[in-house]
Design a protein around this ligand. Structure first.
Ligand code: ATP
Length: 366
């Protein structure tokens, strides 16, 4: 079931929490609502659920306007970060709850409810814990039970608000993978709220970036990462190295640092944004770029080595970060205090007064 959000405005008293939000959430996909605290993600999710009303605008499920429909008639499942399972009910009873509390006419017969619960317990891989109480479960297990409970009534739409927020990194990762597989199998439409860009990029088919109650950009994760349409989205999606300078003779210059630009934009100033994997480290400057640095820190984290760099002879607001492979680390053996140069392969140039960047590729020439 697809969801359409049509020109929704939401006010809390004088404060406008959502500004003219329009959005299509495709059927059978996972959509992430991503943004900083207070950007309106939860408000939008609650409006989709029917837990909150919008002053203006419409919500359509599968093309049908359900804006006036009560939450219980929308057939949506919820999972929240601190979704309190019923403490006095066992895991199996928690999962059965939604079905047991249906009006008599709609309630399936007891054997059918038992079969559904057994199937859901298999699906969340917890059949052996059917008779435990919530207090006897780990955080990850509780969230899986919450998910099974939300799915018991076969909702057309599943809404998740920071579902893994309270869990540790490892459990989060497992649960994400598991939710993804579940989704591929059952094809419900999911919307989840997160402020964690890694979670959004990893789990979803579509990411909606929000800021101050507005939609900034909607894209598939790879597109969003490759082509952020504004400074806000760029800044929000992970680490970025920034170089601000003056445009002079086809170069962007600041202090001792400069980079050649294939085409000079209009204006006298510009900013170049570079992602950590779009920059290489060399011991000599190249003909295309001169970014002198002193190595500040080297950390071996996971699949790559992160090198932190302090600008030498020019000003950078933040320390730069460059990611290199373990093979390169072993070859170069970079150490704290070493001098080196950064050479960009790809950069994103924000010209004066423009919010949309132009992507530059120096290719092999750099
Ligand atoms: P977070 O990641 O911190 O949960 P969010 O992006 O989900 O943030 P919302 O909870 O949707 O943001 O809140 C959006 C804005 O609306 C915030 O400025 C918040 O203070 C305000 N807001 C939310 N609920 C209410 C309310 N019931 N009354 C008044 N203001 C509210």
């Amino acid at each position: 079931m697809s969801i359409q959000i049509d020109q929704v405005n939401k006010f809390y008293g004088q404060f406008q929490a959502l500004h003219d939000v329009s959005l299509t959430i495709p059927e059978g996909q996972i959509t992430a609502l991503l943004g900083p605290s207070g950007s309106g993600k939860t408000t939008l999710l609650r409006i989709i659920a029917g837990l909150e009303n919008a002053e203006q605008g419409r919500i359509l499920f599968g093309g049908e306007d359900i804006s006036q429909l009560h939450v219980r008639d929308r057939n949506v499942g919820f999972v929240f970060q601190h979704y309190a399972l019923f403490r006095h009910l066992t895991v199996a009873q928690n999962i059965a709850f939604g079905l047991e509390s249906l009006p008599k006419k709609q309630r399936p017969p007891k054997p059918e409810i038992r079969a559904t619960v057994a199937r859901l317990l298999e699906m969340i891989q917890l059949p052996h814990l059917a008779n435990r109480y919530p207090a006897q479960l780990s955080g990850g297990q509780k969230q899986r039970v919450a998910l099974a409970r939300a799915l018991a009534t076969k909702p057309r739409i599943l809404l998740l608000d920071e579902p893994f927020g309270a869990l540790d990194a490892r459990v989060r990762k497992d649960l994400r993978r598991w939710l993804r597989n579940l989704h591929d199998e059952f094809h419900f439409t999911s919307v989840f709220v997160t402020h964690d860009q890694e979670e959004a990029l990893e789990l979803s088919d579509q990411v909606v970036v929000m800021s101050h109650g507005r939609v900034e950009q909607v894209n598939a994760p790879t597109e969003l990462y490759a082509r952020p349409e504004s400074r806000f989205v760029f800044d929000f999606l992970g680490q970025v190295n920034e170089f601000s300078g003056q445009l002079r003779d086809g170069r962007l210059v600041q202090g001792d640092a400069w980079v050649r630009l294939p085409e000079s934009p209009a204006g006298s100033e510009a900013q170049l944004y570079l992602r950590p994997h779009e920059v290489r480290l060399t011991s000599e400057p190249s003909e295309q770029a001169h970014f002198p640095f002193c190595i500040e820190a080297v950390s071996l984290i996971g699949s790559e080595v992160r090198v932190e760099l302090k600008a030498q002879g020019w000003q950078s607001e933040d320390v730069w970060e460059v990611g290199i492979s373990h093979a390169e680390f072993n070859r170069r053996q970079p150490r704290r205090g070493d001098r080196c140069y950064a050479v960009p392969d790809i950069g994103h140039l924000f010209a004066e007064g423009q919010d949309q960047p132009r992507t530059i590729s120096w290719g092999d020439s750099a």
